[in-house]
Design a protein around this ligand. Structure first.
Ligand code: BES
Ligand code: ZN
Length: 613
């Protein structure tokens, strides 16, 4: 970092601490220098070229100058920059740009000369077929088989692989876009999508609320749309449209429940886009249009906490945003907490408690594999790629911290605090330090003796879980465990009342010395190898690897070949990589599956399958 820049930031931070106002956090994952010049608005013009697997066009930024610099620093990764222009006195003039060295996780800095009076800068560019933030699917890789499909996944730092941009969550910008696709295909964005049936091949979008760059999103394919209510619709390939609309019918009620707790939904419509099964996440909270994996369309509405989660981000994440990726828990911990409150509000305490307990078990298992320093909420990432450090910690430890505060201050007080938090920081990006200052002023100081600041520091800055952290359990799961003991001794399971949650708890907690005979008995009685529910199938297939239960092998193969959601596939590859025979088999399956996997799924699983030995 330049000394002058360090000084500016230090002075700014000091001034901010003294005045108690907004502190600008340093974001080591971006080359942008937001303290010099920022970009409050983007005009994007793109053509989707499926043959070349490229987006082609230009990005135009409105410049907001904060000092007398005559250069702008942007992030780029794998982009081909064609030429750059600036607008001076309403005239477009060519200008010079330079690209920096390639950094393995950050990409390249793009420096454009902007002189001293230009009010806009325009970058003409193309993406490359390996862009980390895009996936291109051939017609054969879609359900309809007739048309290709493409989509983006920008969070955390992949927006720069399809737009040259100041790619820091500390920036907020509005955008307009014009997108051209082959005729007959529909393009959608994290913006004001139209429900019209027309497929002209040219689409116009506006996102009038300022958002961080990682929330800019695009998809194009043979999409149909079906309304669930006045302000909620599902976009999907035809094969799954009706099923998805049925599965997610509770979405309008979820919006109402969240508004009742945390204030108005501020984004106008809330639509869902169902992606192909290769979508690498369960969901992504792209504003106005959450991106959703088809693997939660299970036919029994048992996995819709995912919708509660992505919707919750409309408050925690999209409205109040983490200022850097070190503060991811501010997005994901708050969202996991709000998600669980939505589930409680719609479906009651029993279900919410089971989901909390399952999350807690996942966290404990996950923490065993992590270095202690990577279990800190306000994590020190250095310049590691945030994707390489992705874990349950920001989610579930963050959530437990908020559950802890709720228990200590009482739900009524804590709800009021949270509601005010969303209002006070609406459309802002905040750091962990800022949150702590706010928490101290608005909650701790007003209710002395409930929680000390050193306890808060332990939650935010120490590894592991505090000794007095909540340890969520569920009565329903206690019943499952009792049944399990009887069943292991030859008794019958009473599963008529079981939901997906009880099954997950049962399978995940079976003793690892369970006999081959008992595995076969379970499968015979409940047909687990063939079960359609993607989460239960995942738990069963993982156990089948550990137990060398061969009858599940072919299902495991087809599962890995058809699903690309990383959370569902990587634990299976990780388990397979533990023995030489399984590793060999896994590599064969992986090579076959690879063309259908998203770049993120490829990177994570290749590290598991090839980087060892
Ligand atoms: N925003 C996240 C996905 C994400 C986080 C992408 C960090 C890249 C970096 C999304 O909201 C999410 O958390 N999805 C979860 C949902 C689950 C916790 C219900 C997922 O995909 O599994
Ligand atoms: Zn999330």
């Amino acid at each position: 970092m330049h000394l002058s820049r360090a000084l500016v930031i230090w002075c700014f931070s000091l001034a901010a601490v003294l005045s108690g106002s907004v502190v600008k956090a340093e974001d080591v994952h971006s080359y942008a220098r937001l303290d010099q010049v920022s970009t409050p608005h983007l005009d994007l013009v793109l053509t989707v070229d499926f043959e070349a697997r490229k987006l082609k066009g230009h990005a135009t930024y409105t410049l907001q100058r904060h000092d007398d610099t005559n250069q702008i620093y942007l992030d780029s990764s794998e982009l081909v920059i064609k030429r750059t222009e600036i607008r001076v006195n309403d005239q477009w003039l060519p200008t010079k740009f330079t690209l920096g060295d390639i950094h393995p996780s950050l990409g390249q800095e793009l420096i454009v000369d902007i002189g001293s009076i230009a009010d806009k800068v325009r970058i003409h560019y193309e993406t490359t077929p390996t862009a980390s933030g895009l996936q291109w699917l051939t017609p054969a890789q879609t359900a309809g088989k007739k048309h290709p499909f493409m989509f983006s996944q920008s969070q955390p730092i992949h927006a720069r692989s399809w737009i040259p941009i100041q790619d820091s969550p500390a920036l907020r910008l509005t955008y307009n876009a014009t997108v051209t696709t082959p005729e007959g295909l529909l393009a959608v964005m994290s913006a004001d999508n139209s429900l019209s049936e027309e497929r002209s091949g040219e689409y116009h979008f506006a996102m009038p609320q300022p958002i961080p760059p990682y929330l800019i999103a695009i998809a194009a394919g043979d999409l149909a749309v079906k309304s669930i209510s006045d302000n909620v619709a599902v976009f999907a390939e035809q094969y799954i449209l009706d099923d998805a609309a049925w599965e997610f019918a509770d979405t309008p009620a979820m919006i109402e429940a969240t508004e009742a707790m945390y204030g108005p939904y501020r984004w106008d419509r809330y639509d869902l886009l169902i992606l192909p099964p290769s979508f690498p996440f369960g969901g992504m909270e792209n504003p106005r249009l959450s991106f959703i994996t088809p693997t939660v369309v299970s036919g029994d509405r048992s996995l819709i906490n995912l919708i509660a989660h992505e919707l919750a981000h409309s408050w925690s994440g999209n409205l109040v945003t983490n200022a850097s990726w070190r503060d991811l828990w501010i997005n994901e911990g708050f969202t996991s907490y709000v998600e669980n409150r939505i589930m409680e509000s719609l479906f009651g305490k029993k279900r919410a408690q089971m989901e909390l307990a399952l999350g807690y078990q996942d966290l404990l298992a996950n923490m065993e594999r992590l270095e202690p320093q990577d279990t800190v909420l306000n994590i020190d990432l250095g310049t590691r790629h945030p994707d390489d450090v992705f874990s349950q910690v920001p989610y579930v430890k963050g959530q437990l911290f908020l559950v802890y505060l709720e228990e200590k201050f009482g739900r009524e007080t804590f709800d009021k605090f949270l509601r005010k938090y969303f209002d006070d920081f609406a459309f802002q990006s905040i750091s962990t330090a800022q949150f702590k200052t706010y928490l101290q002023r608005e909650l701790l100081a007003k209710n002395p003796d409930a929680v000390s600041i050193s306890k808060v520091n332990e939650w935010l800055h120490e590894p592991g879980l505090p000794a007095d952290a909540p340890k969520p359990t569920s009565d329903a799961f206690a019943q499952v465990e009792k049944q399990m003991q009887r069943w292991l001794k030859g008794g019958q399971l009473q599963t008529e009342e079981w939901t997906t949650h009880e099954w997950l708890h049962f399978i995940n907690n079976l003793p690892l010395d369970i006999s081959a005979e008992n595995m076969a008995r379970l499968d015979r009685e409940f047909n687990l190898t063939e079960i359609k529910n993607s989460e239960i199938a995942h738990a069963w297939l993982k156990l089948s690897i550990v137990k060398k239960y061969e009858p599940a092998r072919e299902r495991l193969r087809s599962y890995l070949l058809t699903i690309g959601r990383n959370k569902l596939v990587s634990p299976l590859y990780r388990e397979l990589a533990k023995t030489p025979d399984n590793l060999k088999w896994a590599r064969e399956v992986y090579e076959q599956a690879k063309p259908g996997y998203h770049p993120l799924t490829q990177t994570v699983n290749e590290a598991l399958l090839y980087d060892k030995n």
